[in-house]
Design a protein around this ligand. Structure first.
Ligand code: HEM
Length: 412
C-alpha cells in the first residue's frame, strides 16, 4: 500500500457500510506509515488510548498547519475566528473548556443536562407522533436529525426556526472534516468551508450581543457572562466555542441514533428486549459507542517531539491518525469484539475519545440516545429495515447512514 492508497482506502466510500475488515487489516501493523509526509496510522486500542493521554501529542491547529495539514482541518478553524478548544493544547484548552463547562453540566449546573430529561422526552414524543399514519419513514430526516438539532438549539439559545439558514453553513464545515474529501477537493472546497464558518460566526455574533445586554437561561448567555476563577472568554472565544458546540451537537448524535436503530433492527431480540426493559438503554448505548461509533477516527493530532510507539520512531512534527473505531474492535482489548452484546460487562470504549479532549457533550449525547432508542423501541410496531445496508453519508470521520428507511405497522 502506498501512503496515497492508505489514506484513500481509509476514506474510500466503498468500505463505508462495513469498514471493519479494513480496520482488522490496519491493526495487524501497529504503526502504519507509507510515505514521507503521510500520516502515521494507529489502530490498536492500547496504543490509541496511550496516545490520547500523551502530552507530546498535540491537538493545536498551528502544529497541524506546520505539519502540512490545512489548519481548517478541524472544520471550524479560521474563517476569522480563533481555534476552538478542540484544537488547542493546555493551558488554553483547559481554561476554555472549564469556562464552557461551568454552563454545561456537573458539577456546577447539573440541572442543564439531567434536568432536560422531561424536555427531551417531550421532543421525542412529538417527533414520533408526527409520523402520523405513515407506515414508511426515513428515520434520519424525520427523527434522528431534527431531535439533536432541536436540543442543541434550545440549549444554546439559538432560534430553532433559523436552523435551515445555518444548516447551509454547517454542511460544508462537516464535509471538510473528512480528510479524503479535502484531499480530493479543490481550493473552492476549503474556501466554501472558511466562508461558512465566518457566516456562522457572524450569525452567532448577533445572538451573543443580545445575550451580553440581556442574559437568558441558556448556554450562550452563560458563555458570554461567565466570570469564574478562569476569568471571561473574549467575544471571539465565545463565538468559536458556540460554533464548535453547534456543529458537535448537530452532526454526531444523529449518527449514534441512526447507527443504533440500524443495529437494533439487525438484532431483533435486543430490540424486543429494550421494548420491555428500558433500563437496558444505558448499557446498550455504551455498547453501541463501541460497536458502531459515529466518530471513526481522530485525524487531527501531531507530535511535538520524536516519540516511539511499539519500537517505531515517529518523528517530531508528524501527523497521527487515531483509528478509534478500529481500537473498539481490538481483540486484545475486547473479547469477541465483532459481536454486539449490550450485556458486556467491560465496555470502556473510545467512542468519545479519551484524555483531556474526551467528548464534552457525552452526558447529553448519552441521554438523548437512550431516550430516543427506548421510545422508538416502545412506540414503533413491528419495525423493519427497507434496505440493508442503507445508503451512507460520504464522510469517513463522522460515519452513519444518510437515510434509514423503516417500514412499520403503526404506532403504539
Ligand atoms: C470531543 C465524539 C456528541 C461536544 C469529542 C471527541 C469525540 C467526540 C471522539 C474527541 C475529539 C478529539 O479527541 O479530538 C462524540 C460523539 C457524540 C458527541 C460520538 C455523539 C454521539 C457531542 C455533543 C456535543 C459535543 C452533543 C455538544 C453539545 C464536543 C466538544 C468536544 C468533543 C466541545 C471537544 C472537547 C475538547 O477538546 O476538550 N466528541 N461527540 N459532542 N465533543 Fe463530542
Amino acid at each position: 500500500m502506498t501512503q496515497d492508497s492508505l489514506v484513500r482506502r481509509i476514506t474510500d466510500f466503498a468500505s463505508r457500510a462495513d469498514p471493519y475488515p479494513l480496520y482488522r487489516e490496519l491493526r495487524s501493523t501497529p504503526v502504519l506509515h507509507e510515505e514521507e509526509g503521510g500520516p502515521y496510522v494507529i489502530s490498536s486500542y492500547w496504543d490509541i488510548e496511550a496516545l490520547l493521554h500523551d502530552p507530546r501529542i498535540s491537538s493545536d491547529a498551528a502544529n497541524l498547519a506546520a505539519a502540512g495539514e490545512d489548519p481548517l482541518a478541524g472544520s471550524e478553524e479560521t474563517g476569522g475566528l480563533p481555534p476552538s478548544f478542540l484544537r488547542l493544547d493546555p493551558p488554553e484548552h483547559d481554561r476554555l473548556r472549564r469556562i464552557a463547562n461551568s454552563g454545561f453540566g456537573p458539577p456546577h449546573r447539573p440541572r442543564r443536562i439531567d434536568g432536560m430529561r422531561g424536555e427531551l422526552r417531550e421532543i421525542v414524543t412529538a417527533l414520533i407522533d408526527g409520523f402520523g399514519d405513515a407506515r414508511r419513514i426515513d428515520l434520519v430526516d424525520r427523527f434522528a436529525y431534527p431531535f439533536p438539532v432541536t436540543v442543541i438549539c434550545r440549549l444554546l439559545g439559538v432560534p430553532r426556526e433559523d436552523e435551515p439558514r445555518f444548516r447551509a453553513w454547517v454542511d460544508p464545515l462537516v464535509a471538510n472534516l473528512d480528510p479524503g474529501m479535502r484531499q480530493g477537493g479543490d481550493g473552492d472546497f476549503e474556501r466554501t468551508a472558511r466562508e461558512a464558518r465566518m457566516q456562522l460566526g457572524m450569525y452567532l455574533a448577533g445572538l451573543v450581543e443580545e445575550r451580553a445586554k440581556e442574559p437568558r437561561d441558556d448556554l450562550l448567555s452563560d458563555l458570554v457572562n461567565s466570570r469564574g476563577p478562569d476569568g471571561a472568554m473574549t467575544m471571539m472565544e465565545v463565538l468559536s466555542t458556540a460554533v464548535l458546540l453547534l456543529i458537535a451537537g448537530h452532526e454526531t448524535t444523529v449518527n449514534l441514533i441512526t447507527n443504533g436503530m440500524l443495529t437494533l433492527l439487525r438484532h431483533p431480540p435486543v430490540l424486543e428486549r429494550l421494548r420491555h426493559e428500558p433500563d437496558l438503554a444505558p448499557r446498550l448505548v455504551e455498547e453501541l459507542l463501541r460497536y458502531e461509533p459515529p466518530v471513526q477516527l481522530v485525524p487531527q493530532r501531531t507530535c511535538i517531539t520524536d516519540i516511539e510507539v511499539r519500537g517505531v520512531t515517529i518523528p517530531k512534527g508528524s501527523r497521527i491518525w487515531l483509528m478509534l473505531a478500529a481500537g473498539n474492535r481490538d481483540p486484545e482489548r475486547f473479547a469477541d469484539p465483532d459481536r454486539f452484546d449490550p450485556d458486556r460487562e467491560d465496555v470502556q470504549h473510545l467512542g468519545f475519545g479519551s484524555g483531556i479532549h474526551i467528548c464534552f457533550g457525552a452526558p447529553l449525547a448519552r441521554l438523548e440516545t437512550q431516550i430516543a432508542l427506548t421510545e422508538l423501541a416502545r412506540r414503533l410496531e413491528n419495525p423493519r429495515l427497507v434496505q440493508d445496508p442503507p445508503p451512507y453519508r460520504e464522510n469517513a470521520v463522522l460515519r452513519g447512514p444518510r437515510h434509514l428507511e423503516i417500514d412499520f405497522d403503526g404506532l403504539r
